[in-house]
Design a protein around this ligand. Structure first.
Ligand code: NAP
Ligand code: MG
Length: 492
């Protein structure tokens, strides 16, 4: 998408001569190479496997680029480079490491438009989200951790933080660049070196990020990026040079990794799936709550680990809330993610779309009532209408399984105790939302809900200084804040 030039204007309209307006973000050039190698030791290199795979744009199925497929030998080369870089990087004064992180953060801001378009093309999320959320938050994580790099003695007063060594990091496709930032920024701030594997369907912004590392002059081998699918991920996990594995992804793969690492002595953090309850009490500001419910489940097409996918609404206001919700859903704009007006973009892949459809079909079969606004979906690409299920019982698959799509299940409750019981009736424990006018109720719910994050009268709010992570089958370890730093260090 080349930048659109403004049409020629009459001579008297001189503004264009004085100030060239930047193109709107949705028309910025994403600079996607036709083919990407692996990023090892500061260079893009051809994979030893000699294999490449296609990455496509979910908005229309078009091929965007070819991505190198790293095999075990490639992963080994990445670990070797990271191990070679570790002694010098870990000995660098924190202030110097911080300078690199500040540089990376500023370069991300400089190239935010280009990255936002690339993220939307490769992953399918609405441009307004990659532009206003993913990119600013990714830069914020580097800024935040840049600030910590020379202040590590204040993380745990009286103790010192020592880096672990080479860390292997594996991330999913729902927030490709942001998950990369969550992983790489704390690892570098604490003096570790990195081998990172992005998800198969969304490698482009990680590889473009490698060019930012080159621009920033990061020493060779400090960050290495190996692309590929599950087998490449397994090679990252199994490598003997890994001091720690940091994984974000599904609970199913998290369990495989935990089993693979048992007894190895490697440190592990797992950020896994969720099935969050968004709990609305009768005394809540209902219009505000409806906005929070919509944001909670339809943000990023519902491809959000902490999505508020189970709406628990107090029985006395259930009909009213559902009626308001249906009205609000009718005006959600579903379509081309590159359109800046789009609220719900493309589903990340054909496989994910099939999984969502399968779970929606199970909801209908098991007796829940389906509601979808009348909206026309684009003919090409992967799309799913925003979906609401009422008459849901706790045994339904749509109430138990993580759908990871724009599908909301509504359940009701009468008392706070019943809400807590229903909210906790899940193997997950990542997040929850509480909507009420009463501060005391918020405190009671937050104390009793077993969830890593509890939002009160808001939803999906993030900040690099606030630790994020789960309980139960949503994983362990925290990302962000001091807790996140501690997960990349040994306390002495
Ligand atoms: P996934 O299938 O578990 O994949 C996650 C990553 O692991 C991908 O890079 C994947 O590679 C790789 N992988 C697959 N099999 C592997 C194996 N055997 N060993 C090592 N790595 C392997 O999850 P996903 O479908 O990409 O992401 C969705 C899941 O992530 C959801 O469950 C969501 O809740 C969770 N998530 C959690 C958080 C959190 O902070 N708690 C944040 C975001 C997402 P390929 O994709 O290339 O095959
Ligand atoms: Mg893609």
């Amino acid at each position: 998408m080349p930048a659109k030039k403004s049409p020629a204007r009459p001579r008297e309209l001189l503004f264009g001569d004085l100030w060239e307006f930047d193109p709107a973000p949705e028309s910025a050039e994403p600079f996607i190479a036709p083919r990407y190698g692996l990023f090892i030791d500061d260079k893009f290199t051809a994979p030893k496997s000699r294999k490449y795979f296609d990455t496509i744009a979910p908005r229309n199925g078009a091929k965007l680029s070819e991505i190198a497929l790293a095999n075990a030998a490639d992963v080994d080369a990445a670990y070797t480079a990271a191990a070679k870089a570790f002694p010098a990087w870990s000995k660098l004064p924190g202030k110097e490491r911080g300078k690199y992180l500040f540089r990376i953060a500023r370069l991300l801001q400089d190239r935010a438009r280009e990255f936002a378009v690339a993220e939307t093309l490769d992953g399918g999320k609405p441009i307004k989200e990659s532009r206003d959320f993913d990119l600013p938050m990714a830069a914020a994580h580097f800024f935040y951790h840049a600030g910590w790099a020379d202040k590590l003695e204040f993380v745990a007063p009286g103790r010192t933080l020592q880096p672990l060594g080479v860390v292997g990091q594996i991330i999913p496709w729902n927030f490709p660049l942001l998950m990369l930032a969550w992983k790489i920024a704390p690892a570098l701030a604490t003096g570790n070196t990195v081998v990172l594997k992005p998800a198969e369907t969304t490698s482009i912004t990680a590889l473009k990020f490698a060019t930012i590392l080159q621009q920033a002059g990061l020493p060779p081998g400090v960050v290495n990026i190996v692309t590929g699918a599950g087998e490449t991920g397994a090679a990252v996990v199994d490598h003997p040079l890994a001091a720690k594995i940091a994984f974000t992804g599904s609970t199913e793969v998290g369990k495989i990794i935990q089993r693979a690492l048992a007894g190895s002595g490697k440190k592990l953090s797992l950020e896994l799936g969720g099935k969050a309850a968004n709990i609305v009490f009768e005394d809540a500001p209902l219009d505000q709550a409806v906005e929070g419910i919509v944001n909670g489940i339809f943000f990023n097409q519902g491809h959000v680990c902490c999505a508020g996918s189970r709406l628990l609404v107090q029985e006395s206001v259930a009909d009213l809330v559902v009626a308001k919700l249906k009205r609000r859903m009718q005006v959600l704009r579903v379509g081309d993610p590159l359109d800046k007006n789009t609220d719900i973009g493309a589903i990340n892949s054909a496989e994910q779309l099939a999984k969502i459809k399968d779970l929606v079909a199970s909801g209908v079969k098991e007796g829940a009532e389906l509601h979808q606004p009348s909206c026309k979906l684009p003919a090409k690409g992967f799309y799913h209408a925003p979906t609401l299920f009422t008459k849901v019982s706790q045994s339904h698959r749509v109430a138990r399984e993580e759908i990871f799509g724009p599908v909301l299940s509504v359940l009701t409750f009468r008392t706070p105790e019943e809400a807590i019981e229903k909210a906790s009736n899940t193997p997950f424990g990542l997040s929850a939302g509480v909507w009420t006018d009463k501060g005391s109720k918020i405190l009671k719910m937050a104390a009793e809900l077993k969830a890593g994050v509890v939002w009160a009268n808001t939803y999906n709010k993030f900040d690099p200084s606030s630790p994020f992570g789960g309980y139960k089958q949503s994983g362990f370890g925290r990302e962000g804040g001091k807790h996140g730093l501690l997960d990349y260090a040994i306390l002495k």
